[in-house]
Each structure stands twice: as C-alpha cells, then as structure tokens.
Design a protein around this ligand. Structure first.
Ligand SMILES: NC(=O)c1ccc[n+]([C@@H]2O[C@H](COP(=O)([O-])OP(=O)(O)OC[C@H]3O[C@@H](n4cnc5c(N)ncnc54)[C@H](O)[C@@H]3O)[C@@H](O)[C@H]2O)c1
Length: 255
C-alpha cells in the first residue's frame, strides 16, 4: 500500500521541476491530486502522464498570488475528492538577477506576491478546512536563500526568509488542531528555474561565485530528492514534526 493511500493532496507549481516530480511521486504513493499552475499546457501534460500510469490527478489553472484562485483550488479538492489532507505550496518565481540599486520595484512586488503571499493564501484557505477534517500537512517551499544571502537576488531571498518565518507562525497557530505546517529549504536543484538563473550569471558575476561551489557534495539536488522530502513531511512518518524547516542542500549551509 502506498504511503499516501486515501489522501487528497494539492500541489502548486505542479507543471515543472520540483512540483512535477512531487506530483508523480505522490500519485505513485496513492494520493488523489489537484495540480495547480499558471502553465496550462505543461500542467495538462503532467495530469495526462499521471492518469496514464493509473494515478488520480486533475489540473487546475491557478495563479497563487490571486486569492480567488487559491480559494477555488482548495474547493476543487473538497468537491472532487471529498476533503483535503496535504497542501504543497511549491509555486515560485526567481525574479531577475540584479543588484538592489537597479532591481525593478515591480519585480520585487511580483516575487513577494507569488513566493510569499501565495504561500500565505494557501495556508489561509487550506488550514481551516484541514482542521475541520481532524488535521493535515502543509509543506511550504522555502530555500537556503532564506537562510544565507545570495547576491543579486534580494527579492527572492526576502521572500524565502518570509516563508520560513510564516511557517513558524502558522504552525504554532494550528498545532492544537493537528495541522502540521513545515517548510523545505533546498540548495540548488536541477530544474528549469536553475537553468534560467544560470543563464543570467554573465550579467552578475558576484552570483557566479555562489553557483560555482554548488555544494560540498559537488552536485545539485535532483527534483526527486526534494520530492522525497516533501513525501516525508506529507506522510504520517513526520507526525510529530511541525514548524520546522528541513534543509536539503548537500551540506551547503554547513560550510
Ligand atoms: N531550483 C532550485 O534550485 C530551487 C532551490 C530552492 C527552492 N526552489 C523553489 O522550489 C519551487 C519550485 O521551483 P522549480 O525549481 O521547480 O522551478 P520551475 O520554474 O521549474 O517550476 C515552478 C513552477 O511554478 C509555476 N508558477 C510560477 N508562478 C506561478 C503562479 N503565480 N501561480 C501558480 N504557479 C506558478 C511555474 O509555471 C512552474 O510550473 C519554487 O518555489 C522555487 O523558488 C527552487
């Protein structure tokens, strides 16, 4: 029997990278899924791949920075599958790579809206529904950039630091109601986002240095390695863990 048999999970940013790998893993462990993303074409492909291998998944167009979208994403899970047990607030954007003096203000607003407000909205609408059902698990996507500074990524770092603090606050708020809320802080992961950031390194050499020493393990993480951490936090194996941040960085922040 799968580790998420009978569970209902919503994954944001499910069309690519870490979200897609997690969707595939959760489906193979028996969860029924709502796949949320702004990329309809790629999202429907993930939906199709999961269904053709016998899993249960439905794609829904959701912009996590829009309250109405997030609310209807949670309602979709409840209406289609009868409840919600797991939410992976994974959707995120990197913004531009630029020194703060030249960083466009509208890019700052967008990065905060998706990476921080999007997570806040997810918790806001999902946690009460989970509490009414007797509990649940919410996993928020942070990053080691919320713990250590990355030059040229001021908005992104601020958004991820915010996710870590937000996670603690709401975990304490919902602990008695058995809704566990944790976050994951990956180092560099081999995904389209990382490829986009790397392609802009020439414009900002200070950041190249950070990426040059990717981790003491000498390689980036695979999306599947992050998905397995999400599975641990989603499953009852982590039943006494709440309000924490699991760093998955091959030793980067241990240096
Ligand atoms: N790749 C890394 O090295 C790394 C490291 C640490 C943390 N993260 C975080 O992991 C998460 C996933 O990143 P990834 O590397 O898989 O990136 P990715 O770009 O491959 O996937 C991100 C997905 O989020 C979706 N998305 C973007 N804005 C959205 C919005 N407003 N509403 C709904 N969906 C939206 C995109 O369409 C895409 O499918 C992000 O929060 C990212 O910040 C990534």
């Amino acid at each position: 029997m799968g580790r998420l048999e009978g569970k209902v999970a919503v994954i944001t940013g499910a069309a690519s990278g870490i979200g897609r790998a997690t969707a595939q893993l959760f489906a193979s462990e028996g969860a029924s899924l709502v796949l949320a993303d702004i990329d309809d074409e790629a999202g429907r492909m993930v939906e199709g791949a999961i269904r053709s291998s016998g899993g249960r998944a439905v794609f829904k167009h959701v912009d996590v920075s829009v309250a109405e979208d997030v609310k209807s994403m949670v309602e979709e899970a409840v209406e289609r599958y009868g409840g919600l047990d797991i939410l992976f607030n994974n959707a995120g954007v990197e913004g531009v790579v630029s020194g703060i003096a030249d960083y466009p203000e509208e890019q700052f607003d967008r990065v905060i809206a998706v990476n921080l407000k999007g997570v806040w909205l997810g918790v806001k609408y999902a946690a009460p529904i989970m509490a009414r059902r007797g509990g649940g698990s919410i996993i928020n996507m942070a990053s080691i950039t919320g713990i250590v500074g990355y030059p040229g990524m001021s908005a992104y770092c601020a958004s991820k630091g915010g996710v870590i603090a937000l996670t603690r606050a709401v975990a304490v708020e919902y602990a008695e109601r058995n809704v566990r809320i944790n976050c994951i802080a990956p180092g560099t992961v081999e995904t389209p986002m990382t490829r986009r950031i790397k392609s802009s390194l020439e414009k900002f050499p200070e950041l190249s240095g950070v990426f040059a020493k990717v981790s003491p393990m000498g390689r980036p993480a695979t999306p599947e390695e992050i998905a397995r951490t999400a599975l641990f936090l989603a499953s009852d194996d982590s039943s006494y863990i709440t309000g924490t941040c699991i760093v998955v960085d091959g030793g980067y922040t241990a240096q």
